[in-house]
Every structure is written in C-alpha cells, then in structure tokens.
Design a protein around this ligand. Structure first.
Ligand code: AMP
Ligand code: MG
Length: 336
C-alpha cells in the first residue's frame, strides 16, 4: 500500500517526518538537487533499510546532510578549505569529502576513513534537519543505477513495494545531484569526484586554487577498492531505454511516422521544424539556459523511459559550467 505524501507546506508534517527519522524510520526528503532517501546517520538498522530499499550495494557510501557546522563537527574533521568553501556555498549543492570521526558507522562510509557531508539549502530539508536534530544520511531516492528523482511522484513510482514515507515539496530546483569535492588530504589539490551545480570555475574562484578534475577512471564493474565515488560507475543514472548521444546542433532526421525514436533537443526552436508539428521531438528548455536544461533533464528521461521508445536520442549541451555535470550524467546514461 502506498502511504500518502507528507506535505512540506504543513508544519505538522515536517515535525512528523523528523519524528519518524528520530524513531529510526526511512523518509524520502526533498533537497535542492534531487530527492534523498534519508535515515539517522548513526542508526545502523535505519541505514541498512536505506540500502535495502534502493538495492544499493554496501560498497557505495552515503552523503550525510547536516543542519549546521556543529553537526558537521560530530561527523568529520573540517579543514581550512572546507571552511572557505562552506562560507562561499553552504547551504547549497556542494558535498565535502573529509576525514571521518570514529563514531561514524562504517555503513555510511563503506568502510572508508572519509565521510561525505553536505549542508543542503532546501527550506523543507533544513526544517526537518533542525527538528530532528540528527545528521541524515541520504542517497538519491531511486533504485541503484536508475535516474535520480526530481519530484515526489518519481520516488513513489520507482521504489515499488518498498515505499518509504515521502515528504512532498514539489520539483527540485537544480534537478541534478550535488557536486562532490574531496578535501580529505590538505597536502593534495582539492579534487572534484562528481560534477554538479557548483562548478569547477566557482570552486576555483572561491578557493583561489586550481582543483584536480582528473576523474578517477570510470569503472565498468563495481569494485570496493578502486571507486572513490560510485557515481563513477561507467553506467549509472540510466533509463532502461537505450540512450544515444548527439553532438550539439545535430538535426533530427525527417520524421518517419512508424519510428519509436524520441529526439531530445536542448532548445525549442522559434518556429516548428515541420508542419504538422512532430510528436517525436522533445525540448529541454525554451531558451537554451543550462539551469533549465538541468532542471528538466532527469524528469524528461524518466517520462520518455515509460513511452515505449526503442531509442532516446539526446543532444549534448555545451560542456562549460553546469554543462560539465550534464555531460557526465548523459555519458553514463548512454553507457551500455
Ligand atoms: P547518491 O547520493 O546516491 O547520488 O550517492 C552519493 C555519492 O557520494 C556516491 O557517488 C558516493 O560514492 C559519494 N560518496 C559518499 N561518501 C563518499 C566518500 N567517503 N568518498 C567519496 N565519495 C563518497
Ligand atoms: Mg544516486
């Protein structure tokens, strides 16, 4: 049976979500990036349930969400770079990897000596964190390897029988997962493990240093050892329908009306490409703005994944700024 959504606009529902989390339940929560599947970061039974609901392998560590700096200090050992980046981007869509405190369960960190921590900006998420008073481990609220959920219905629709409570706050602003930066070794350059809404350029400006973006080699097989961030699995964030990437500006071929191909383009043309208007063309934005493209990307892939298409052709955005993160997710979505 599907439990009704909790409503983020209702203070009693925020309190209810916090209570459930304190009692060791799992609750799907909205953030400004994607919906997360949250549990008390210090409650092993609750953490296990998160892995179970997602069918997530235990080698894939979780991001822990905090309400404030004091909460971070219960989990991690911050350093000068973390302080600088927190001043610039927290609360926000940037996750730090830092040396962990001994109390943090190995389940959260996949046995690593480091922990990933973020102070999210979403008002509902912040309200729950504050009311619960505990750090919340929360990976994206989707089955492992599938597209991240950017609204409450995505969470409900993809987790099948294993329904968590879900706090509904409408669609996520960014629609793409947080940037992850490894700050654990003060003697090495800071390293981006996953591109996201906070771009390399933004981080370099705030730090006044060059960051390392040499992505650790993509893994084809999950291997506990060689995987600094499992978002780096070669295939991840994937719809079931095969995805083929198009270089920017590739025009879709003239429509053959029995095809089951969908063409996902970055920007709606000013005038329809053909009359009558084609039904196999889908547009990620009205104006080509990267924020809008990111906001719509996962939702579009999900909808089309249910449309019975044989292939989704997706136009690649320019690679600068936020485009780096989009390239990254699309390449993984297209990997076979
Ligand atoms: P998700 O929230 O499901 O998109 O996944 C969280 C991401 O954070 C995964 O790609 C993890 O590998 C990454 N992550 C969590 N903890 C660590 C850590 N200690 N070191 C590196 N990456 C981490
Ligand atoms: Mg995920």
């Amino acid at each position: 049976m599907t439990a009704p959504f909790l409503d983020a606009k209702n203070p009693a529902d925020i309190e209810r979500a916090a209570q459930l989390l304190r009692a060791g339940e799992v609750v799907a929560l909205p953030t400004e990036t994607v919906y997360g599947l949250a549990a008390d970061a210090f409650n092993e039974a609750a953490l296990r349930r998160v892995f179970e609901i997602k069918s997530r392998p235990f080698f894939d560590p979780l991001i822990v969400h905090v309400a404030d700096w004091a909460m971070l200090e219960k989990l991690a050992q911050p350093n000068a770079r973390a302080k600088k980046l927190a001043d610039a981007f927290w609360p926000g869509a940037l996750t730090f990897v830092l040396p962990k405190k001994p109390e943090v369960p190995a389940l959260v960190t996949a046995g690593k000596p480091t922990v990933a921590v973020r102070m999210p900006a979403h008002p509902a998420m912040r309200a729950v964190l504050k009311a619960a008073g505990i750090p919340l481990a929360a990976p994206s609220a989707n089955p492992f390897g599938y597209i991240s959920p950017t609204c409450a219905a995505h969470v409900r629709d993809s987790l099948g029988e294993r329904q968590p409570h879900i706090l509904d706050a409408g669609p996520c602003v960014h629609g793409i997962e947080s940037t992850i930066i490894d700050l654990s070794d003060p003697d090495a350059p800071a390293r981006i493990l996953r591109h996201g809404p906070v771009t390399r350029e933004m981080i370099e400006t705030a730090l006044g240093e060059i960051v390392d973006t040499s992505a650790p080699k993509a893994a084809t097989e999950p291997s506990p050892a060689g995987l600094p961030a499992p978002g780096l699995l070669k295939r991840h964030y994937s719809p079931q329908t095969p995805v083929t990437l198009l270089s920017r500006g590739t025009p879709p071929p003239p429509c053959a009306d029995n095809t089951r191909q969908a063409w996902v383009l970055l920007k709606r043309p000013r005038r329809p490409l053909q009359k009558p208007e084609r039904t196999d063309l889908f547009f990620l934005s009205e104006n080509g703005q990267m924020e809008q493209i990111a906001h719509n990307m996962f939702a579009m892939l999900r909808t089309l994944d249910k449309g019975g298409y044989s292939t989704l052709f997706v136009e690649l955005p320019p690679r600068a700024g936020l485009g780096e993160a989009l390239h990254d997710r699309l390449r993984r979505a297209a990997a076979r």
